[in-house]
Design a binder for this molecule. Structure first.
Ligand code: FES
Length: 234
């Protein structure tokens, strides 16, 4: 398991300070949530938080908040309850008993599988935003911001498609692929998704960073910072 987690991200650098990092992450996201009034569109760049409209942000937001990767982090490192499965008491005390996944928060988190559909539905909009940004100044222009939008779309796609609930949609109702006639193509897709799924935790953080970076970059461009450049023009 350790080697899987190292596939994309050097977790060992963060692990000694997980509590501190979690605290910083919550503070940063909270600050962003309170101050986030991004520019919807500037110079044909559409901010990812407005894709397709800021009104739907609660749905992908709920999809992200209930992601297993974050759930693990906030339950273990912020709430201290429940702790890891290998931990005998799971953070139990007389005031906080572990009752399995039955309390209201767990029930809400279990809606993750439905939030996945919202996450899947908005993915094409991020690619549309990339294509939209290419038609600039009366022609075709590939700018740094367009590449950032494309990278953001790709990381969001990788994170969404590596979701555990998506894994269940693909293979959840078949117990033995090698025993059934439908094993062929479906098994192939399942194997590819499994490869991605092993990297899900890393992808959850990478995609979070890219969406915030894209938002920050577009705000900088809109504020007049000289950070954007045209790389190709026709
Ligand atoms: Fe992380 Fe579904 S488990 S997005």
């Amino acid at each position: 398991m350790k080697s899987d987690r190292r596939l994309l991200f050097p977790y060992e650098l963060l692990e000694p300070n997980w509590r501190l990092w979690s605290f910083i992450a919550v503070l940063t996201l909270g600050f962003w949530a309170l101050t986030a009034f991004p520019v919807a569109e500037f110079a044909r760049y559409i901010d990812p938080f407005y894709s397709p409209t800021i009104l739907i942000v609660p749905l992908p937001g709920a999809f992200r908040l209930t992601c297993y990767a974050y759930r693990k982090d906030y339950h273990r490192h912020i709430f201290n309850h429940p702790l890891g499965c290998a931990n005998a008491d799971r953070g139990e005390s007389t005031s906080r008993r572990y009752t399995g996944e039955r309390n209201a928060l767990f029930q809400l988190e279990n809606f993750h599988r439905y939030f996945l559909y919202a996450g899947l539905a908005i993915l094409p909009f991020f690619y549309y935003d990339f294509l939209y940004s290419l038609a600039f100044s009366g022609g075709f222009a590939l700018r740094i911001g367009s590449i950032i939008l494309l990278v953001n779309a790709l990381t969001l796609t990788a994170w969404t498609l590596s979701c555990h609930a998506f894994r269940h949609i693909i293979g959840g109702n078949i117990n033995c692929y090698s025993c059934v006639a439908t094993g062929g193509l479906r098994k192939e897709v399942y194997d590819k998704q499994s490869w991605l799924n092993k990297r899900h935790e890393a992808l959850s953080w990478i995609s979070l960073l890219t969406i915030f970076f894209a938002d920050l970059y577009l705000r900088g461009v809109a504020a007049g910072l000289p950070i954007d450049a045209t790389l190709l023009r026709f």
